[in-house]
Design a protein around this ligand. Structure first.
Ligand SMILES: [Zn+2]
Length: 331
């Protein structure tokens, strides 16, 4: 932050020494706010969330960390677990209702580490009468014959009747999507530092993150593509120019699966915030662009070195200058 403040064109109003700004709500904080006894303390935040395999990376204020964090992250975790369950992945588990002929029993479906599926019916969570009828219907009573007198019966198979399982569907789609946007934004901040925040197009991104249930941005924040491992971190889309933006690529890990996500974040100049509409127009419809040129931003220290403190902007400027040059040569 002090490196950013040392730029001659940057003034903070009101100005403050040795301060810190929460990257989400933009409230100023001071050294004593590192103490948890402060009225509104700063807290260490995991990016991505710890429950999805992340590590402590940045400071956000307690309000932003707990309020927007937990509401969003819980929905994201839930929706990824539901995806695991639908794919019958090892180590997945979910509560469900088993049913047959109108009779129901509550329980869980567990898939162990070797992929074996275990149906666990929990009578204490169910209506006893309905559960009894369900059990009788699915597991009809059997007679055990003495094999000495009934040798023909010994190979008779024990049969259960078919029953249906309801897949879990409790997560809130919009909140899960905004949770991904939040992770992408905080990841970019953790890599680029405060210099990244000096970008007017990010105002609406923060507004969306802080108000997940409002439709502030168009729906699509992500680029659906499996990028190579070495692109994890920050990247920049160079062309087509309608899709120029930063792309935060990260992995989220449940007990069952690791999945990659790529979140688009607007750059400080055109197309800016329009990037989200353009993604929908150009990448989500049949006739859109098929070819995207994307470059990985090297993992250098953007936070403690004055030469790199404006790194995000320098990469962006290089890109726009290049595009201008290309335009001139093609003209
Ligand atoms: Zn905050």
């Amino acid at each position: 932050m002090s490196l950013i403040k040392s730029h001659p064109d940057i003034t903070f109003k009101p100005d403050f020494e040795n301060g810190y700004v929460c990257p989400l709500c933009f409230d100023p904080f001071f050294e004593n706010d590192l103490n948890l006894t402060s009225k509104k303390p700063l807290t260490l935040e995991d990016v991505p969330p710890k429950s999805l395999g992340g590590n402590p990376k940045i400071l956000t204020c307690k309000d932003c960390n707990s309020k927007s964090g937990h509401i969003l992250d819980n929905h994201l975790l839930q929706s990824l677990k539901e995806l695991d369950a639908k794919e019958f992945l090892p180590n997945s588990e979910y509560k469900t209702t088993f049913s047959r002929n109108g009779n129901q029993a509550n329980g869980t479906v567990k898939i162990d580490k070797d992929g074996k599926i275990v149906f666990d019916i929990q009578p204490q969570r169910s209506n006893p009468k309905s559960t009894n009828s369900f059990m009788k219907d699915v597991f009809p009573p059997i007679t055990f014959y003495n094999p000495l007198f009934h040798p023909e019966k010994q190979f008779e198979q024990y049969k259960t009747n078919e029953f249906s399982i309801k897949f879990p569907n409790n997560s809130n789609e919009r909140r899960s999507e905004v949770a991904l946007l939040r992770i992408g934004y905080l990841l970019a901040y953790s890599i680029f530092g405060s210099g990244f925040l000096i970008n007017g197009a990010l105002f609406k991104v923060r507004e969306q993150i802080l108000n997940p249930d409002k439709d502030i941005l168009p729906k699509v924040f992500w680029i659906k593509y499996e990028f190579p491992e070495n692109m994890l971190g920050m990247n920049i889309i160079k062309s087509p120019k309608e899709l120029m933006c930063f792309v935060a690529i990260f992995k989220l890990k449940t007990k069952s699966k690791e999945r990659q996500f790529a979140i688009a974040l607007p750059g400080p100049s055109s197309p800016g915030i329009e990037i989200y509409e353009n993604i929908e127009k150009l990448l989500c419809t049949g006739d859109g662009f098929r070819h995207i040129e994307i470059e990985h931003i090297p993992d250098i220290d953007f936070v403690k070195n004055l030469d790199n403190a404006w790194g995000a902007h320098l990469f962006w400027q290089k890109l726009t200058a290049q595009n201008e040059k290309n335009k001139k040569t093609s003209n």
